[in-house]
Design a protein around this ligand. Structure first.
Ligand SMILES: [Zn+2]
Length: 158
């Protein structure tokens, strides 16, 4: 087995964590981002690992896909956010965090390989992971009547 420099040094997932395991996992991942990379966000951590993140239009246009995680032959991943949907910077960070969560279900080999098959439950988990890791970045409402921040519709499905 060949590990590589672009390999995520933290936990990998062989199954979708239960809801009550999410907070501990998120805490663990955020500490690794911070301690090893000095990174606050998924996109900063990805950059530190040599992963590519970019915004571009996907396919020939009209794709409903919001973002993609692409395993690279030389290890690591490329995260592509579909620019056609004109995501805000906050939405881009959320989508990168969502795709980062998917990367936890891969080996550290060259190229990374899936440890378990993709499931709808994994999508839900990746959404929650992205909500959790981006939450500290959001401005905290000063008043209860400001309500929750809007959900991102049709978020990444791959
Ligand atoms: Zn997804």
């Amino acid at each position: 087995m060949s590990l590589n420099l672009r390999s995520w040094p933290g936990p990998r997932l062989a199954s979708v964590p239960e809801q009550n395991e999410l907070a501990r996992l998120v805490d663990h991942v955020i500490h690794i981002w911070s301690d090893l990379f000095g990174a606050r966000t998924a996109s900063e951590a990805a950059t530190c690992m040599g992963w590519r993140t970019k915004r571009r239009a996907l396919a020939e246009g009209g794709s409903s896909i919001r973002s993609l995680l692409i395993p690279m032959l030389g290890g690591g991943f490329s995260i592509v956010v579909n620019d056609e949907h004109c995501p805000s910077d906050d939405e881009v960070e959320w989508l990168v965090a969502h795709e980062f969560a998917h990367s936890l279900f891969y080996t550290g080999r060259e190229p990374p390989c899936r440890i378990v098959a993709h499931t709808p439950q994994e999508e839900v988990f990746c959404d929650r992971f992205a909500d959790c890791v981006t939450a500290p970045l959001q401005p905290r409402p000063n008043h209860a009547d400001e309500g929750p921040r809007p959900a991102i519709p049709g978020s990444a499905s791959v």
